[in-house]
Ligand binder design. Structure first.
Ligand code: AMP
Length: 372
C-alpha cells in the first residue's frame, strides 16, 4: 500500500516536470540561476529534425541572456559508440562537424559551455555510481535499446543476449551526464522524454537512499515543433540513419539539393488545397509542420498563408523557399567553421575545462555523500 502511494506521488511529480515551450521562449520559462544541459550524438551533420526538435531551442536559450544561468551543450560522443564506430577517421570528422553545426546555428560559445562529453572523465565515473542504484527493470522498459539493436522478438534469448551492455545501460550514462552538473532543465526532442523520466527517478532514488535533497529533479524542455518525419516515408521519423538520403534535409544542404528533395517529398494527389491532416495527408502535414517550425507560426496561420496555392509545384516551391532562406546562414557558417579545425578544437578545450571545474566539485560532494 505504502509503495503504491509513493509511486502515484512520483508519477504526478514526473508529469509536472515536462514543459513544452512556446514558439518563442520567454524569460519566465527559465528561472534565474538555472543550469541547462543537453548533448547531441555526433553521428553526422544535423538535419531538420535535430534542428527544429532540439538544437534551435539551445540557441533560443542562449539568446535569452538570462542572468546567472549556466548553459552546457555539446556532443554525446560516448553515447555515439553504443553503435560501434570502427571507422575512426569518420567518427573524428563527425565530432568536428557536430561542433561546427552547434556554432553555425548561432550558439554563442561565450554564453554556453561547448564541449565533447568524452573530455570530462566524471561522466563515466558517475555512470558507474548511478548504475548501482538503477533497476534493470527500469532499463528494460526503455524503447531505444530495442529499436537500435533491431530486436524483433523480446523472447528471442539469443538476440537479447547479443545486445551490448553499453547500449542497454546508456540511459544511466545520460542520467549521469545531466546530474553531474546538477542540471535543472534539459531541452530535448520528444523521443528522449522517457530517458528524462528515468533520470528524475534515479535522482530521486539517490536523494532517498542518502536522505539528502542533493539532486534537483530536472525539467524536460520540449521544443514546440512536433516530430519531423521522413520526406520519403511518413511512417518513420527523419533520421540520420536513414539509408535514403532524399528522406532528410541536412542543415548544410545547398539550395538546389533542398529544392530537389522537397520536389521528391511524398504528398498525395489532392492539389486544390493544402491542409494539415496528419492522418489522411501525412506528407503534406509534415511539410506544413516544417514551415510552422521554421517560421515559429501556428499550424493554423501556416494554413492561411498557403491557402493561395493550388498546385503541388507552387506549394513545394514555397516550402523550398522557406527552407533555403532559413538554412542559408547556418550553411555558410558551417562551411567556414569546417575550415577552422584549430578554432573548433580551442572551443571544446576551453569548454571542457569549464565543464570539468563544475563536474569535479559536484563529484567530490557526491562521493562524500556516498561514503567514499
Ligand atoms: P539524435 O540525432 O537521435 O542524436 O537526436 C538528437 C536530438 O534531436 C534529440 O533530442 C532528438 O529528440 C532530436 N530529433 C532527432 N530526430 C528528430 C526528428 N525527426 N524530429 C524531431 N526531433 C528529432
Amino acid at each position: 500500500m505504502l509503495r503504491k502511494s509513493r509511486f502515484i506521488g512520483n508519477a504526478r511529480m514526473l508529469h509536472k516536470s515536462v514543459k513544452r515551450t512556446d514558439y518563442k521562449l520567454h524569460r519566465t520559462d527559465i528561472p534565474a540561476r538555472s543550469t541547462i544541459f543537453s548533448l547531441i550524438q555526433p553521428t553526422g551533420t544535423f538535419h531538420l529534425g535535430n534542428y527544429l526538435g532540439a538544437v534551435r531551442v539551445w540557441k533560443d536559450l542562449c539568446d535569452l541572456k538570462q542572468p546567472d544561468t549556466k548553459l552546457l551543450f555539446g556532443t554525446a560522443d560516448l553515447h555515439a559508440i553504443t553503435v560501434p564506430k570502427p571507422n575512426t577517421s569518420e567518427f573524428r570528422r563527425y565530432r568536428q562537424e557536430a561542433i561546427a553545426s552547434i556554432l553555425s546555428i548561432g550558439i554563442d560559445p561565450t554564453r554556453a559551455i561547448v564541449f565533447h562529453q568524452s573530455q570530462v572523465a566524471q561522466h563515466t565515473e558517475l555512470h558507474w555510481l548511478l548504475s548501482t542504484i538503477t533497476p534493470m527493470g527500469s532499463l528494460n522498459r526503455m524503447t531505444q535499446w530495442k529499436s537500435k539493436s533491431n530486436l524483433k522478438d523480446l523472447n528471442d534469448a539469443d538476440a537479447v543476449g547479443a545486445v551490448k551492455l553499453g547500449l542497454f545501460s546508456y540511459p544511466v550514462l545520460q542520467a549521469a551526464d545531466i546530474l553531474l552538473y546538477k542540471s535543472t532543465h534539459v531541452p530535448v526532442g520528444d523521443d528522449q522524454a522517457q530517458h528524462l523520466e528515468l533520470t528524475r527517478d534515479i535522482a530521486q532514488r539517490f536523494n532517498t537512499l542518502y536522505n539528502r535533497e542533493f539532486f534537483q529533479l530536472p525539467t524536460t524542455i520540449l521544443a514546440p515543433t512536433k516530430r519531423i518525419l521522413s520526406l520519403a516515408n511518413t511512417a518513420k521519423k527523419m533520421s540520420k540513419s536513414d539509408p535514403n538520403q532524399n528522406a532528410l534535409i541536412y542543415l548544410n544542404d545547398e539550395p538546389d539539393v533542398i529544392s530537389r528533395k522537397i520536389r521528391k517529398a511524398v504528398t498525395d494527389s489532392v492539389s486544390h488545397e493544402f491542409k494539415y491532416d496528419p492522418v489522411l495527408r501525412p506528407g503534406v502535414a509534415n511539410l506544413i509542420n516544417v514551415i510552422s517550425g521554421v517560421q515559429r507560426k501556428s499550424i493554423e496561420d501556416v494554413e492561411k498563408d498557403i491557402a493561395k496555392y493550388h498546385s503541388h509545384q507552387d506549394f513545394k516551391n514555397y516550402v523550398t523557399e522557406v527552407l533555403v532562406e532559413e538554412l542559408r546562414d547556418p550553411r555558410e557558417k558551417f562551411m567556414k567553421y569546417m575550415k577552422e579545425p584549430q578554432y573548433l578544437e580551442e572551443i571544446t578545450k576551453s569548454g571542457a575545462e569549464s565543464a570539468s571545474e563544475i563536474a569535479e566539485q559536484n563529484m567530490k560532494t557526491i562521493k562524500e555523500i556516498m561514503g567514499f
